[in-house]
Design a protein around this ligand. Structure first.
Ligand SMILES: Cc1ncc(COP(=O)(O)O)c(C=O)c1O
Length: 387
Protein backbone atom coordinates (compact mmCIF):
# COMPACT_ATOMS: atom_id res chain seq x y z
CA UNK A 1 0.00 0.00 0.00
CA UNK A 2 1.38 3.43 -0.92
CA UNK A 3 0.57 5.87 1.83
CA UNK A 4 0.57 9.68 1.68
CA UNK A 5 3.35 12.09 2.63
CA UNK A 6 1.99 12.99 6.07
CA UNK A 7 1.31 9.35 6.96
CA UNK A 8 4.88 8.44 6.08
CA UNK A 9 6.13 11.52 7.92
CA UNK A 10 4.41 10.47 11.13
CA UNK A 11 4.62 6.69 11.03
CA UNK A 12 7.78 5.65 9.19
CA UNK A 13 11.30 5.01 10.38
CA UNK A 14 10.68 5.13 14.14
CA UNK A 15 12.90 2.89 16.26
CA UNK A 16 10.24 0.91 18.15
CA UNK A 17 11.26 -1.87 20.49
CA UNK A 18 8.35 -4.23 21.19
CA UNK A 19 9.92 -5.21 24.52
CA UNK A 20 9.66 -1.62 25.70
CA UNK A 21 6.58 -0.56 23.74
CA UNK A 22 7.93 2.95 23.03
CA UNK A 23 5.93 4.90 20.43
CA UNK A 24 8.53 7.54 19.64
CA UNK A 25 12.25 6.98 19.00
CA UNK A 26 14.43 7.45 22.09
CA UNK A 27 17.54 9.61 22.04
CA UNK A 28 20.34 7.03 22.16
CA UNK A 29 22.79 9.22 24.05
CA UNK A 30 25.72 6.82 23.87
CA UNK A 31 29.02 7.27 22.10
CA UNK A 32 29.82 3.57 22.02
CA UNK A 33 28.18 0.12 21.86
CA UNK A 34 29.32 -3.41 22.90
CA UNK A 35 31.78 -4.62 20.32
CA UNK A 36 31.53 -7.32 19.33
CA UNK A 37 27.89 -7.48 20.35
CA UNK A 38 27.51 -11.13 21.46
CA UNK A 39 23.70 -11.08 20.99
CA UNK A 40 22.87 -12.96 17.76
CA UNK A 41 19.68 -10.91 17.34
CA UNK A 42 21.41 -7.53 17.93
CA UNK A 43 20.03 -4.65 15.84
CA UNK A 44 22.12 -3.88 12.80
CA UNK A 45 23.21 -0.42 11.71
CA UNK A 46 21.88 0.22 8.17
CA UNK A 47 25.08 2.05 7.22
CA UNK A 48 27.02 -1.24 7.12
CA UNK A 49 24.57 -4.03 8.07
CA UNK A 50 26.48 -4.86 11.26
CA UNK A 51 25.71 -4.24 14.95
CA UNK A 52 26.13 -0.61 16.08
CA UNK A 53 29.66 0.15 17.26
CA UNK A 54 30.44 3.87 17.63
CA UNK A 55 28.15 6.88 17.18
CA UNK A 56 30.38 8.63 14.61
CA UNK A 57 29.77 5.51 12.50
CA UNK A 58 26.05 5.14 13.22
CA UNK A 59 23.44 5.32 15.99
CA UNK A 60 19.79 4.15 16.24
CA UNK A 61 18.43 7.72 16.61
CA UNK A 62 20.36 8.83 13.50
CA UNK A 63 19.10 5.74 11.69
CA UNK A 64 15.45 6.52 12.51
CA UNK A 65 15.91 10.02 11.03
CA UNK A 66 17.68 8.63 7.97
CA UNK A 67 14.93 6.08 7.34
CA UNK A 68 12.11 8.60 7.74
CA UNK A 69 13.84 11.10 5.47
CA UNK A 70 14.57 8.38 2.84
CA UNK A 71 10.90 7.39 2.69
CA UNK A 72 9.79 11.00 2.35
CA UNK A 73 12.30 11.91 -0.35
CA UNK A 74 11.83 8.56 -2.13
CA UNK A 75 15.50 7.61 -2.02
CA UNK A 76 16.80 4.12 -1.23
CA UNK A 77 19.26 5.15 1.46
CA UNK A 78 20.25 8.21 3.41
CA UNK A 79 22.75 9.58 5.89
CA UNK A 80 22.40 12.44 8.34
CA UNK A 81 25.13 15.01 9.00
CA UNK A 82 26.09 17.60 11.58
CA UNK A 83 25.18 20.44 9.14
CA UNK A 84 24.08 20.96 5.54
CA UNK A 85 27.70 21.79 4.68
CA UNK A 86 28.73 18.45 6.21
CA UNK A 87 26.31 16.72 3.82
CA UNK A 88 27.51 18.76 0.81
CA UNK A 89 31.26 18.39 1.41
CA UNK A 90 31.03 14.66 2.26
CA UNK A 91 28.82 13.87 -0.75
CA UNK A 92 30.83 15.88 -3.27
CA UNK A 93 34.16 14.53 -2.02
CA UNK A 94 32.85 10.98 -2.24
CA UNK A 95 32.40 11.57 -6.01
CA UNK A 96 35.33 13.72 -7.14
CA UNK A 97 39.09 13.42 -6.58
CA UNK A 98 42.20 15.37 -7.62
CA UNK A 99 42.34 15.73 -11.42
CA UNK A 100 38.52 15.54 -11.81
CA UNK A 101 36.25 18.31 -13.04
CA UNK A 102 32.92 19.33 -11.50
CA UNK A 103 30.22 21.34 -13.29
CA UNK A 104 27.99 23.67 -11.31
CA UNK A 105 26.21 27.03 -11.44
CA UNK A 106 27.33 30.57 -10.58
CA UNK A 107 24.27 31.13 -8.43
CA UNK A 108 24.86 29.06 -5.29
CA UNK A 109 24.59 29.31 -1.51
CA UNK A 110 27.68 31.34 -0.42
CA UNK A 111 29.47 28.60 1.53
CA UNK A 112 28.99 26.05 -1.28
CA UNK A 113 30.36 28.66 -3.68
CA UNK A 114 33.41 29.09 -1.41
CA UNK A 115 33.89 25.30 -1.24
CA UNK A 116 33.80 25.06 -5.05
CA UNK A 117 35.87 28.10 -5.94
CA UNK A 118 38.43 28.27 -3.08
CA UNK A 119 38.78 24.80 -1.56
CA UNK A 120 38.26 22.22 -4.35
CA UNK A 121 40.80 23.85 -6.72
CA UNK A 122 43.36 23.78 -3.87
CA UNK A 123 43.20 19.96 -3.91
CA UNK A 124 43.33 19.69 -7.69
CA UNK A 125 39.61 19.52 -8.45
CA UNK A 126 38.54 22.04 -11.08
CA UNK A 127 35.07 23.48 -10.96
CA UNK A 128 33.42 25.11 -13.98
CA UNK A 129 30.53 27.39 -13.16
CA UNK A 130 27.89 28.32 -15.73
CA UNK A 131 24.83 30.53 -15.41
CA UNK A 132 21.71 28.71 -14.22
CA UNK A 133 19.91 29.85 -17.39
CA UNK A 134 22.63 28.26 -19.53
CA UNK A 135 22.28 24.98 -17.63
CA UNK A 136 18.49 25.22 -18.05
CA UNK A 137 18.87 25.79 -21.81
CA UNK A 138 19.92 22.15 -22.19
CA UNK A 139 22.97 23.16 -24.23
CA UNK A 140 25.62 22.79 -21.53
CA UNK A 141 28.43 20.50 -22.61
CA UNK A 142 28.72 17.77 -19.97
CA UNK A 143 31.70 16.00 -21.51
CA UNK A 144 34.59 15.32 -19.17
CA UNK A 145 32.82 16.08 -15.88
CA UNK A 146 32.91 13.65 -12.96
CA UNK A 147 29.68 15.12 -11.52
CA UNK A 148 27.15 17.95 -11.92
CA UNK A 149 25.94 19.95 -8.90
CA UNK A 150 23.05 22.39 -8.65
CA UNK A 151 20.50 23.86 -6.24
CA UNK A 152 16.91 23.06 -7.16
CA UNK A 153 15.75 26.56 -6.11
CA UNK A 154 18.65 28.98 -5.90
CA UNK A 155 19.59 30.81 -2.68
CA UNK A 156 18.81 33.78 -2.67
CA UNK A 157 17.70 34.70 -6.20
CA UNK A 158 15.08 31.93 -6.37
CA UNK A 159 15.80 30.81 -9.92
CA UNK A 160 14.57 27.25 -10.44
CA UNK A 161 16.75 24.60 -12.03
CA UNK A 162 15.02 22.36 -14.58
CA UNK A 163 15.98 19.14 -12.78
CA UNK A 164 13.63 17.08 -15.01
CA UNK A 165 15.53 18.14 -18.10
CA UNK A 166 18.97 18.02 -16.47
CA UNK A 167 18.26 14.58 -14.98
CA UNK A 168 17.69 13.19 -18.49
CA UNK A 169 20.81 14.89 -19.81
CA UNK A 170 23.06 13.50 -17.05
CA UNK A 171 21.66 9.97 -17.37
CA UNK A 172 22.42 10.00 -21.10
CA UNK A 173 25.95 11.22 -20.29
CA UNK A 174 26.33 8.71 -17.41
CA UNK A 175 27.27 11.46 -14.91
CA UNK A 176 25.93 11.67 -11.35
CA UNK A 177 23.79 14.73 -10.55
CA UNK A 178 23.82 16.19 -7.02
CA UNK A 179 20.89 18.46 -6.13
CA UNK A 180 20.73 20.69 -3.07
CA UNK A 181 16.96 20.74 -2.50
CA UNK A 182 17.03 22.65 0.81
CA UNK A 183 14.55 25.29 -0.41
CA UNK A 184 12.18 22.76 -2.00
CA UNK A 185 12.23 20.13 0.79
CA UNK A 186 10.97 16.57 0.15
CA UNK A 187 7.41 17.99 0.28
CA UNK A 188 7.79 20.19 -2.81
CA UNK A 189 10.22 18.04 -4.81
CA UNK A 190 11.90 14.61 -4.91
CA UNK A 191 14.95 15.15 -7.19
CA UNK A 192 15.68 11.37 -7.32
CA UNK A 193 12.49 10.91 -9.36
CA UNK A 194 13.94 13.25 -12.00
CA UNK A 195 17.26 11.40 -12.21
CA UNK A 196 19.35 13.04 -9.46
CA UNK A 197 21.69 10.40 -8.06
CA UNK A 198 22.27 12.42 -4.86
CA UNK A 199 20.00 14.84 -3.01
CA UNK A 200 21.40 16.98 -0.22
CA UNK A 201 19.64 19.20 2.31
CA UNK A 202 20.48 21.64 5.02
CA UNK A 203 18.22 20.01 7.63
CA UNK A 204 18.88 23.14 9.69
CA UNK A 205 16.13 24.80 7.63
CA UNK A 206 12.66 23.39 6.86
CA UNK A 207 13.36 19.81 7.97
CA UNK A 208 14.25 20.90 11.52
CA UNK A 209 11.69 23.65 11.06
CA UNK A 210 12.13 25.54 14.35
CA UNK A 211 15.46 27.39 13.97
CA UNK A 212 16.92 25.42 16.86
CA UNK A 213 19.26 22.84 15.32
CA UNK A 214 22.02 22.36 12.76
CA UNK A 215 21.61 19.29 10.57
CA UNK A 216 22.32 17.88 7.12
CA UNK A 217 20.90 15.02 5.06
CA UNK A 218 21.93 13.22 1.91
CA UNK A 219 19.87 10.69 -0.08
CA UNK A 220 21.19 8.23 -2.69
CA UNK A 221 21.04 4.62 -3.92
CA UNK A 222 22.18 1.85 -1.56
CA UNK A 223 25.20 1.09 -3.73
CA UNK A 224 26.59 4.55 -2.86
CA UNK A 225 26.27 4.13 0.91
CA UNK A 226 29.81 2.98 1.57
CA UNK A 227 31.55 5.89 -0.13
CA UNK A 228 29.41 8.66 1.39
CA UNK A 229 29.47 6.96 4.81
CA UNK A 230 33.27 6.68 4.55
CA UNK A 231 33.54 10.47 4.11
CA UNK A 232 31.08 11.23 6.94
CA UNK A 233 33.10 9.01 9.26
CA UNK A 234 36.41 10.49 8.11
CA UNK A 235 35.32 14.14 8.39
CA UNK A 236 33.52 13.54 11.69
CA UNK A 237 30.39 15.04 10.13
CA UNK A 238 27.78 12.89 11.93
CA UNK A 239 25.14 14.75 13.95
CA UNK A 240 24.78 14.11 17.65
CA UNK A 241 21.72 12.05 18.68
CA UNK A 242 19.86 15.05 20.15
CA UNK A 243 20.06 16.95 16.86
CA UNK A 244 19.02 13.81 15.00
CA UNK A 245 16.03 13.42 17.33
CA UNK A 246 14.94 17.02 16.73
CA UNK A 247 15.31 16.52 12.97
CA UNK A 248 13.20 13.35 13.20
CA UNK A 249 10.56 15.26 15.13
CA UNK A 250 10.67 18.14 12.64
CA UNK A 251 10.04 15.78 9.72
CA UNK A 252 6.74 14.67 11.26
CA UNK A 253 5.18 18.09 10.63
CA UNK A 254 7.10 19.02 7.47
CA UNK A 255 4.06 18.52 5.21
CA UNK A 256 1.78 20.64 7.40
CA UNK A 257 4.33 23.42 7.69
CA UNK A 258 5.29 23.44 4.01
CA UNK A 259 1.66 23.77 2.97
CA UNK A 260 1.41 26.99 5.01
CA UNK A 261 4.89 28.24 3.96
CA UNK A 262 3.87 27.76 0.29
CA UNK A 263 0.57 29.61 0.78
CA UNK A 264 1.95 32.45 2.92
CA UNK A 265 4.92 33.13 0.64
CA UNK A 266 2.66 33.21 -2.45
CA UNK A 267 0.43 35.82 -0.79
CA UNK A 268 3.40 37.87 0.43
CA UNK A 269 5.02 37.78 -3.03
CA UNK A 270 1.77 38.92 -4.64
CA UNK A 271 1.38 41.76 -2.13
CA UNK A 272 4.96 42.96 -2.64
CA UNK A 273 4.74 42.75 -6.43
CA UNK A 274 1.81 45.18 -6.36
CA UNK A 275 3.46 47.73 -4.01
CA UNK A 276 4.86 50.93 -5.54
CA UNK A 277 7.94 51.00 -3.28
CA UNK A 278 9.03 47.54 -4.44
CA UNK A 279 11.25 47.55 -7.53
CA UNK A 280 11.17 43.80 -8.24
CA UNK A 281 10.10 40.57 -6.61
CA UNK A 282 11.83 37.24 -7.13
CA UNK A 283 9.38 34.40 -6.49
CA UNK A 284 8.97 31.47 -8.89
CA UNK A 285 5.24 31.25 -8.17
CA UNK A 286 4.49 34.69 -9.67
CA UNK A 287 3.11 34.29 -13.17
CA UNK A 288 5.42 37.05 -14.38
CA UNK A 289 8.53 35.20 -13.13
CA UNK A 290 10.81 33.89 -15.85
CA UNK A 291 11.01 30.64 -13.83
CA UNK A 292 7.23 30.15 -13.49
CA UNK A 293 6.91 27.43 -16.14
CA UNK A 294 10.05 25.57 -14.99
CA UNK A 295 8.83 25.80 -11.39
CA UNK A 296 5.37 24.43 -12.28
CA UNK A 297 7.01 21.48 -14.02
CA UNK A 298 9.55 20.72 -11.27
CA UNK A 299 7.95 21.71 -7.97
CA UNK A 300 4.75 20.68 -6.19
CA UNK A 301 4.76 24.02 -4.33
CA UNK A 302 6.68 27.25 -4.94
CA UNK A 303 8.24 27.36 -1.47
CA UNK A 304 8.42 29.73 1.46
CA UNK A 305 11.22 32.06 0.35
CA UNK A 306 10.65 35.48 -1.25
CA UNK A 307 13.40 37.88 -2.38
CA UNK A 308 12.92 41.46 -3.53
CA UNK A 309 14.47 44.88 -4.00
CA UNK A 310 13.04 48.19 -2.86
CA UNK A 311 13.10 51.26 -5.11
CA UNK A 312 15.26 53.00 -2.46
CA UNK A 313 18.06 50.37 -2.58
CA UNK A 314 20.13 49.02 0.33
CA UNK A 315 19.56 51.83 2.84
CA UNK A 316 15.79 51.70 2.54
CA UNK A 317 15.94 47.88 2.65
CA UNK A 318 17.75 47.98 6.01
CA UNK A 319 15.46 50.68 7.32
CA UNK A 320 12.42 48.67 6.23
CA UNK A 321 13.74 45.42 7.75
CA UNK A 322 14.26 47.11 11.14
CA UNK A 323 10.72 48.49 11.14
CA UNK A 324 9.14 45.05 10.81
CA UNK A 325 7.67 43.57 13.99
CA UNK A 326 6.93 40.00 12.90
CA UNK A 327 10.02 39.35 10.74
CA UNK A 328 13.22 39.04 12.77
CA UNK A 329 16.32 40.56 11.17
CA UNK A 330 18.39 37.36 11.13
CA UNK A 331 20.04 34.97 8.68
CA UNK A 332 18.94 31.34 8.12
CA UNK A 333 15.51 30.25 6.97
CA UNK A 334 12.87 27.54 7.04
CA UNK A 335 11.73 27.91 10.65
CA UNK A 336 8.14 28.50 11.76
CA UNK A 337 8.95 32.17 12.41
CA UNK A 338 9.43 34.75 9.65
CA UNK A 339 12.96 36.05 9.10
CA UNK A 340 14.48 38.72 6.90
CA UNK A 341 18.08 39.26 5.85
CA UNK A 342 20.29 40.97 3.27
CA UNK A 343 22.37 38.20 1.59
CA UNK A 344 25.20 40.71 1.04
CA UNK A 345 25.62 40.80 4.84
CA UNK A 346 25.08 37.11 5.62
CA UNK A 347 24.73 34.10 3.29
CA UNK A 348 26.84 35.67 0.49
CA UNK A 349 29.24 37.80 2.52
CA UNK A 350 32.24 35.67 1.53
CA UNK A 351 31.80 36.41 -2.20
CA UNK A 352 33.60 39.31 -3.89
CA UNK A 353 31.36 42.11 -5.24
CA UNK A 354 32.05 40.82 -8.78
CA UNK A 355 31.04 37.27 -7.83
CA UNK A 356 27.85 38.56 -6.23
CA UNK A 357 27.09 40.54 -9.37
CA UNK A 358 27.53 37.40 -11.51
CA UNK A 359 25.15 35.57 -9.17
CA UNK A 360 22.56 38.36 -9.57
CA UNK A 361 22.78 39.51 -5.93
CA UNK A 362 22.38 43.29 -5.69
CA UNK A 363 23.52 45.01 -2.48
CA UNK A 364 19.92 45.95 -1.74
CA UNK A 365 18.48 42.46 -2.31
CA UNK A 366 16.29 41.37 0.60
CA UNK A 367 15.59 37.69 1.30
CA UNK A 368 12.61 36.72 3.40
CA UNK A 369 11.83 33.36 4.92
CA UNK A 370 8.07 33.57 5.28
CA UNK A 371 6.96 31.69 8.40
CA UNK A 372 3.70 30.01 9.33
CA UNK A 373 2.19 32.96 11.22
CA UNK A 374 -1.24 34.14 9.97
CA UNK A 375 -0.71 35.62 6.51
CA UNK A 376 -3.00 38.59 7.18
CA UNK A 377 -0.75 39.61 10.09
CA UNK A 378 2.43 39.22 8.02
CA UNK A 379 1.02 41.37 5.22
CA UNK A 380 -0.19 44.02 7.67
CA UNK A 381 3.33 44.15 9.16
CA UNK A 382 4.88 44.55 5.69
CA UNK A 383 2.34 47.22 4.75
CA UNK A 384 3.07 49.24 7.90
CA UNK A 385 6.86 49.02 7.48
CA UNK A 386 6.66 50.00 3.80
CA UNK A 387 4.36 52.90 4.62
C1 LIG B 1 20.70 26.18 0.04
C2 LIG B 1 21.59 25.92 1.21
N1 LIG B 1 22.39 24.83 1.20
C3 LIG B 1 23.20 24.53 2.23
C4 LIG B 1 23.29 25.35 3.33
C5 LIG B 1 24.23 25.01 4.45
O1 LIG B 1 23.52 24.49 5.52
P1 LIG B 1 24.11 24.49 7.03
O2 LIG B 1 24.10 25.90 7.50
O3 LIG B 1 23.16 23.58 7.74
O4 LIG B 1 25.49 23.93 6.94
C6 LIG B 1 22.47 26.49 3.40
C7 LIG B 1 22.52 27.38 4.58
O5 LIG B 1 21.96 28.44 4.60
C8 LIG B 1 21.60 26.77 2.31
O6 LIG B 1 20.80 27.86 2.30
Amino acid sequence: MTVGFNTRAVQSGEFRDERVGNVTTPIFETSTFYNPNPNPSAYTDHTRDKAFMYTRWGNPTLEALEKKYALLDEVEESLSFSTGMGAITSTVLSLVKGGDKLLSVKELYGETFTFFTRYLPSIGINVDLVKLDDLNSGNANLNGYAAVYTESTINPTLGVCDIQMLGKQVSEAGIPLIVDATFATPFNQNPSKFGAAFTVHSGTKYIGGHSDILLGLAGFEKRNMEKVWGKRKLFGASPDPIQAYLGLRGLKTLGLRMKVHNENASEVAKFLSEHKKVARVLYPGLEGSSYYEIAKKNLKGFGGMVSFELTGGRDSAKDFARKLKLFSYAPSLGGVESLITLPVETSHLSLTPAERKEAGIADGLVRMSVGIEDKEDLIEDLKTALG
